[in-house]
Design a binder for this molecule. Sequence first.
Ligand code: UT7
Length: 333
Amino acid sequence: MFFSKIIGVGHYVPENVVTNFDLEKLMDTTDKWIQERTGIKERRFHPTEEHSTAKMGAKAAIMAMERAGVKKEDVDAIVFATLSSDYFFPGSGVLVQKILDMGTIPAIDIRAQCSGFIYSLSVADQFIRSGMYKRILVIGAETQSVALDITTRGRGTAALFGDGGGAVLLEAHSDEGKGILSTHLHSDGNFADALRVKAPGTGRDKTFYPGIEQDHENIHPYMEGQLVFKHAVRRMPEAVIEALEHNKLTIDDVDMLVPHQANLRISQMVQRMLKLPDDRVYNNIQKYGNTTAATIPILMSELWEQDRIKEGQLFALTAFGSGFTWASALIRW
Ligand code: UT7
């Protein structure tokens, strides 16, 4: 019997800090509105193409491997989560493989947006449980800033998202009850159009149709904010409870909830619904905004740096986002 455990975590965010006050100069918004509605104070925007999605993911992966003391030659596969891949195709996973010079190991891209990291963790966990691979890099990275409409027209989404990358290294072990206990994945495509970027895409005559550059509704993120909010605060706690029940555990067993960072108000509502005290929930949206597939590995890497991950502790991960997709994972460290 094989199980997987996280043996290294890493993250990378661009140095370029964009505060709410910086956004005030570019659109009709205020620091007060953004902080009150979302909790965000600042985010990172990639300053040059040197910070592409794959490049940030590769930097996070190097940190995860270094912290684990594992050489790249000993990694068997890459699973990469992003909604903002460097190319239309191929995905960013193979670009990370090329940057890191990782031979011919498989590189798989997962498209599950804000739930992408937990989906990827689940895919990697299944490969390890089946005995197919021993060590897998799971990476989540995003370059959102290049797709945002950073004007008053796009303020409903432009103030929310940021750039960055995070990674974990999974390794096979045989100690039942340790590492990733279970993952739980869900989606509901009926809500695909409630949060999306539609173009460029192949769902029309031409991928790049005349006038695409002016088609602001389709080339920038479109979100029915209140609808997404309503579903997020229902689905995230539901997924945590599903994971706890599956493992015959209760919320009192959870040492740390690591929620996807879409809005501090969402995290706080999830926390209240699960009746968790402040010291058992970790948020960092204030510094980075919503980095989609990168939020959870960035949180994990910061917790690691703060020495807040102890052997035997139980971590509950949960995410909700475009698709709709939602997911949870329980990890016994
Ligand atoms: O990670 C993927 C999942 N995403 C989410 O979970 C996001 C879920 N949704 C949300 O977090 C919230 O719905 C938002 C933060 C996006 C919006 O907050 P809200 O309290 O739902 O505001 P709203 O959309 O109802 O907008 C209220 C007002 C509107 O003006 P009117 O129509 O009342 O005149 C907006 O135009 O706020 C306006 N507004 C802004 N004002 C200043 C929207 N964006 C901004 C802005 N600055 N950046």
